[in-house]
Ligand binder design. Structure first.
Ligand SMILES: [Zn+2]
Length: 364
């Protein structure tokens, strides 16, 4: 028995459903906070759960280098290590090895590289990536892929996608079936609809527990992102979850949900929380701005998070200006709560057949 997925209601291309994993049930559409180094930055595990999140993302590249996958396995796995009882999805390391490591050499075998931390030599291959994700104890394993640079010539995009498809096949073969655990393939193909379709069909031919759309939101613009989702989703099975990787702003999520995406991850709500930016039902704002200095109103009167129920905009402005750690903690908790509630409200809109009218900013 792999990851369970049941579609509960559909509205146009959008659908709401339920994922069943070894670490609990997740309602979709869902947003996954990013816990890069076995922590969602500025948050306790209890705080993350209090936002309503029931799945977080861990980064294979970071964890393999520090503290090491074997060490985490010896300590009982990533769930126990970070005291997170709910589900975990790990990325494959493919994206970050390209963006962070030095002296990379890509071959058919995989990516040889030096650590950005200490210069030590490593090899990430499909087999090693899947092994690391098993050692971490991920409920959701991602196939190892190459993130194609953008912009790139079509021939380069095609060759990169074909390499990722061969790696997907090896990743699938290396995956050990366990109850409540699954592996996702990743659709590549840049901004070319025919390559996206070919990639999707290749992955479906291999057979995965879910399908991710990768290599987007890297500078192509929202209109193209949406067009690539539309070029991919029709070739994916309706009874398996779809995950748009690394996206994005609230408006990106709404547009992608309307086009049939079920799962998201992005550093934006957490990273922005550490720089004073917040999303509210009235739009986004920056707490560093002096106009908040004497404002006794809450950040978002409709929000249930600790920043909004206990504090004024003036206080949050003060903490942000003073560089206090609490500013990062409260604004991260707020932004994650906003994203979680946005997903909840989208699920309700889908159930009620109202998703086409769902726009941002939106009334509660
Ligand atoms: Zn709030």
């Amino acid at each position: 028995m792999t990851i369970g997925f049941e579609v509960l209601a559909a509205d146009g291309m959008a659908r709401t459903g339920r994922l069943t994993t070894a670490h609990g049930v997740i309602e979709t559409p869902t947003f996954m906070p990013v816990g890069t180094a076995a922590t969602v930055k500025a948050m306790t595990a209890e705080g993350v759960a209090a936002t309503g999140a029931r799945i977080v993302l861990g980064n294979t590249y970071h964890l393999m280098l520090r503290p090491g996958a074997e060490r985490i396995a010896a300590l009982g796995g990533l769930h126990k290590f970070m005291n997170w009882p709910h589900a975990i999805l790990t990325d494959s390391g493919g994206f970050q090895v390209m963006s962070l490591a030095s002296l990379r050499t890509i071959s058919e075998e995989g990516v040889a590289f030096r650590s950005h931390l200490d210069g030590s030599k490593h090899l990430l291959s499909p087999e090693r990536s899947v092994e690391i994700q098993r050692l971490l104890g991920a409920d959701f394993t991602m196939a190892f892929d190459e993130c194609t640079p953008f912009p790139a010539e079509r021939a380069q995009v095609e060759a990169s996608m074909e390499l990722s498809m061969r790696w997907a096949e090896r990743s699938r073969a290396a995956f050990t079936e366990r109850p409540g655990h699954g592996i996702f393939g990743i659709v590549q193909g840049g901004v070319h609809p025919d390559l996206r379709r070919r990639s999707a069909e290749r992955l479906v031919g291999i057979g995965f527990d879910g399908y991710a759309i990768g290599g987007l939101a890297i500078g192509e613009g929202q209109e193209t992102t949406f067009a690539m989702i539309e070029a991919t989703v029709p070739y994916l099975p309706t009874d398996r979850p779809r995950y748009l990787m690394g996206v994005g702003k609230p408006a990106d999520l709404v547009g992608a949900v309307k086009r049939g995406v079920d799962m998201f991850d992005c550093v934006l709500p957490t990273r922005s929380g550490r720089t004073g930016q917040a999303w509210t039902r009235q739009g986004s704002l920056n707490l560093r701005n002096a106009r908040h200095a004497e404002d006794p109103a809450p950040l978002d009167p409709e929000c249930r998070c600790p920043a909004c129920t206990g504090h004024s905009r003036a206080y949050l402005h003060h903490l942000t200006k003073a560089g206090e750690i609490l500013a990062s903690m409260l604004l991260t908790a707020h932004n994650l709560t906003y994203y979680t509630d946005l997903m909840r409200d989208l699920r309700t809109a889908i159930t009620e057949g109202q998703v086409a009218q769902f726009e941002l900013p939106y009334p509660a």
